[in-house]
Structure formats: structure tokens, C-alpha cells
Design a protein around this ligand. Sequence first.
Ligand code: PA5
Length: 445
Amino acid sequence: MSYFKLNAKYLSDFIAPHEIEAAGVQAMLAADTLEKKCGLGNDFLGWTTLPADYDKSEFSRIKAAAEKVRKNSDILIVIGIGGSYLGARAVIDLLKSPFYNNLKKDTPDIYYVGNNINPTYLNEVLSICEGKDIAVNVISKSGTTTEPALAFRIFRKLIIDKYGKEGAKDRIFCTTDKAKGTLKQLADTEGYETFVVPDDVGGRYSVLTAVGLFPIAVAGCDIDALMAGAAEAMNDLKADYADNDCYKYAAIRNILYRKGKSVDLLVSYDPAFTMMAEWFKQLFGESEGKDNKGLYPSSATFSTDLHSLGQFIQDGSRIMFETVVDIKKPKCDLFLEDDAENLDGLNFLTNQNMSVVNRKAFEGTILAHTEGGVPNIVLELDDVSEKSVGYMIYFFEKACAVSGYMLGVNPFNQPGVESYKKNMFALLGKPGYEDQKAALEAKLG
Ligand code: PA5
């Protein structure tokens, strides 16, 4: 059963049915390349079978470790950046709440560090930890990324100072390569529990490995159901083009790109989806934005951003299309009662659930934007449950891979990410970068 469906109704003014049909040939070629593992980046396809092939004994260890953290800690610090951070945060925000830390609950608060190098941010999290029991999950596939490595140094010291070297073993969990890297060596030397980022799964495709699953489990989400949803997607989304919304979504993006659209704006009407959009942006941006090609993935939350970006979307440069994630059933609703006095004149909204008002905003906006020349692809998510979210994650991952192959790029590398790092290391005087340092400093003046 599909939990995430394409609704192409609002594309009719922009794409003719025969165009969608014609793009099927290329989409199936791209899907076949993925299936036969004969395309660029084919050593990073572990995610394609992950929902069935995951390491079951590690999965049990993840659940046991999550239970331990739930018992011994008030706060879990999740240290990671990019693909080693966004997926967990996206799922926890969506399934639990963006207010997760403020909710009454029997699971630890979760703070995310190591995703920037800002001292104020880190100091604030450190001060929140004062007087609390904490645990740390440091996540880095390479084990050498500067931002998380620096944050881990600080939080590891905090934990050792508070609980001693022995006590730290119950509170530090490292998710990294199975054998290599500084983090793996450190974890083995110190006796910290480790979880594995599989060799053949890149960071942005890793949410359904220990990278995402451990923090998600600590937050009290059902990771069995999450994987079950992804497994259903894995099976459903092997279908031929005519019955495959994932391939059609990839094809439609490609058609719109060729028609001159350069921005894909991912929209939802649920603020809890905001971090999922951040995950989507990394997934598509890092996978497709290369060789001077690719759609720029952007995002907005409506109706909030209709009061900021709305003007541009309706009336500005005609550069974008929208991918609207339409959550059919909100997690909960709010009945709007009549007010006898009606001083604010809002009784026209009452005697109904607030989700109805949100839906009218969706309908009104989609009509306005399409009339304004913005194609809208709608992806309908049944509800906000572990199964649906697992399904959606796999849908987007596969759509991204197929879309990348249609575009003619390697969807699994990220050569461009290295440029800033080289400059930063040289400017910081990292050993081995001495030659570049002087040249860069001269440019900065
Ligand atoms: O998708 C990617 O590859 C990146 O976003 C990485 O996940 C990110 O740079 C973090 O890398 P690492 O896990 O090696 O610390």
C-alpha cells in the first residue's frame, strides 16, 4: 500500500500528458541503471536494499542502547553535520514535534551540536546541560569532519569530568566507519559502544542506518515501523513507470528543468516538516548540483512563508516550481468554536476543525500560484506515522537517484564540498596545508 502518492493535477497548464509519458523511457533507463548497479557512483547503493538487508543484530543493540540512554540521561547530545545529522532531526521533529524538548515525556531532551562552528550556540547547549545527566551520540562516517570532531572533544571532556572514564563508557556512543578513521580508533581505545555507517551508504542516504536510527529510537519513535514503511516503498517502487509515482516525480522534475525552471521549492503546511525539508535539500542539492547542472532545492513552510516569500513566488522571476507535500491527516486537530459576540468577525471560520482552514489555504494557494505561472507537483502523505515517514524517505531517496541519473550526473558523490574545507584548513594552519595558506591570506588582504 502506498503511503505517499503523486497528484499531477496542478501540472496540466505546464506539462502535457504525452510529455510525462515520453519521459518514461529516460526514467526507466535511469531506474534500470540503478537496479543493475551499472551507473556512476555504483559503490554507494547500499541504501537501495537497506530496508530489508539491515544488520539485525546491530538494530537490536541500537534499541538496547536507546533504552539505556532513556533511563540514564535527561539529555542526549547528537553530534554530527550534513548527512550525519539532518535525517535524525527531520524524523524526530516530524514524528514527535519541533517542540519535542518542551513536551511532557519520558524520553530525554535532544540537542544537536557539531553542525556549525559557532561558539555562542555551543556555549548555550553546554549551559543547558549543567546539572543534567547527559549522553552523547557522535556521528561521523569519515570520523574526521571538523565541526563534529571539535564538538565531540568538548562534550567528551564534559562527560569524563562528570562521570569518569569508566562512566563515560555508558554514555558515549559513536556511529562511524566499521574499521577506519580517527573516531573509530578513539572509540575502540576508550571502549565506547560503536554503530556502523555502512561503506556503501553515503551520508545523505544514511538516515535508515544507525546514523538516524539511534537518535530516533532514543526519542521514542518506533524504528521497526519506520523500517517497515521503507521496506514497503522498496517493494512498491520497483513497479514500471506507469504505476510508479517515484519515477514520475523524477521525470516531472526533469521535464520542468528542461523547460527552464531552476528552483524546486519544497512546500508543506506543517512547521513540523521544516527539518524534513532541510534533509530533502541536502539530498537533492548534494546529489544533483554538479557539473554546472541541477535544480536548486529550496523550501518554504506555508502559510508562514506566504507572508514573506509569497510575493516572489506569485509574482517574481518565473524560475521555480513547487513540490508540495500534502499531509492528508494531521497528527491532531483543533475544533474552532463559535463566538456569540463575533467581535473579531471570525465566525466564518468556526464550527469546524482548524485543519479545514489549513486545507483551504492550501487550495487557495495552489490555484493562485499555478495561475501565476508556478507549476505545482503535489505529493500526498497519508499521515504522520513511522510507516508513512519511512515510506516517504525511501521514495525521496530513490526519486533523487533516478532524477540524478536522468540529469546525467553522479548522484552519490559530493566533490564540491571539499573546496571550502581546503581553504579553511589552510587558513587555520592544519599540517599539510602550508603552501596554500600564504596564497589565501594574500587574497584576503
Ligand atoms: O552527505 C554527505 O556526505 C555529507 O553531508 C556528510 O554526511 C557530512 O559532511 C558529514 O560527514 P561525516 O559523516 O564524514 O562527518
